[in-house]
Design a protein around this ligand. Sequence first.
Ligand code: 1PR
Length: 519
Amino acid sequence: VHNNPVVTLLDYGAGNVRSVRNAIRSLGFDIKDVQSPKDILNAERLIFPGVGAFAAAMDVLTQKGMAEALCTYIKNDRPFLGICLGLQLLFESSEENGPVNGLGLIPGVVGRFDSSNGLRVPHIGWNALQLMKNSEILNTIRNNHVYFVHSYRAMPSDDNKDWVSSTCNYGDNFIASVRRGNVHAVQFHPEKSGGTMLLFLDCTSGQVIACLDVRTNDEGDLVVTKGDQYDVRENTKENEVRNLGKPVDLAGKYYRDGADEISFLNITGFRDFPLGDLPMLQVLRYTSERVFVPLTVGGGIRDFTDGSGRYYSSLEVASEYFRSGADKVSIGSDAVYAAEEYIRSGVKTGKSSIEQISRVYGNQAVVVSIDPRRVFLKNPDDVDFKTVRVSNPGPNGEEYAWYQCTVNGGREDRQIGAYELAKAVEELGAGEIMLNCIDCDGQGKGFEIDLIRLISDAVNIPVIASSGAGKVEHFSEVFKKTNASAALAAGIFHREELGIGSVKKHLSNEGIEVRLTPY
Ligand code: 1PR
């Protein structure tokens, strides 16, 4: 019998470590899960992919007696790799919901990035490392470009300079990795950094995201579909759901083509209970086995009572998505209700899906998907919502517009604008905004620049521009004219009118930094 070498994995159950598991397996290791402190002490090599919030992780580690075992293991210079929060926990304390004490192995306090001068937080994206000392694990990363997603970071100082093996610049120079003897920890996500097979040529400021709208067709098969202003049915007598392919296959193709992230939207999630929708969970499981860039999933994230009266919180729904392989969840309708309630009462109840999920999994795991419709106005004072002077006047010469939010896949209008919603959800703890526009969806005429500029200037969290891409120039336009961090498209990729590679090549030629892949 051939036994694979074993990696011991410390997974305390607070989030998605599926991609770490898959990456470990793809390198030919078997995984042994830590059940007790003894498993830590006996590990031959230990990987600790920290997920969730600092305080919650420390609580679990302390309660289970694992904090002490970890300290002993690390002090004995046993082979160790901490990832993300698995790096932060090694420090003395964190300001995240704190101060909260950490394991205290490395001098320093983990603090939040300072967003007061316009820096977007969380820091999400591919960035270059500045190597400070030799660390074999960094040598496997070509051109030093790696994927980060975090709001908190530790800073290099005289006290911890023995540890720091690389730094990265985002607003300030923070610790990207540490190394002492056999102990390694990284703030970035090696399991999401394309593996060693990807050639990173430059650092990103424009990310390209492929979006897969998924739903069950009339035959009961889960298909990737695509709307025309959100109408996904064909214009035929049968009126069938447009079918553009299989979700797992397409996600794999887009990953190989160089997508920086893949989004799945379960577009009928607002009416079907997603935990009843096992195929979607299966899609995530399969995809995360072969796609090593971040996966976002949305649709139906809200509190729910099923047919038998069993209540599920939105947190439970999201947890199931994370366990199945999602890195982030995207909330549509429920974010609108939460924002309306927050604006009305001025009170953060802590109970909304955004607050619950970000508290446990961190802000960077919570995306809010906005589905606005443009409403032209003759006079900006006609509404109480934020308006813009439009670049292209409306059908009756209107020079202004506001962007009205909708719920249930655009089926119901609400009395809240995209601007008001974006500000409110940022305050409630959303870490990113996926900004669609129903008018532009599927039209191929370009992104709604006025809207994207309005929102990307209004918030400090990253904004993904979505809806309307039809040619490569639309991508460069949105990065040049707005502060969007990423551009998302669906139809043109599904219909193979444009490849992700050619979009990135164009962006690069236009002087916009992208992560290029060797394919
Ligand atoms: O409300 O939390 O259950 O979430 C539902 C999610 O499903 C929301 O994120 C909402 O945007 C999405 N959704 C609902 N109905 C539709 C539909 O099309 N009928 N799809 C829908 C939204 C829009 C974009 C699309 C871009 C780019 N899809 O994601 O991919 O517009 O398209 P293009 O490049 O072809 O122009 P909840």
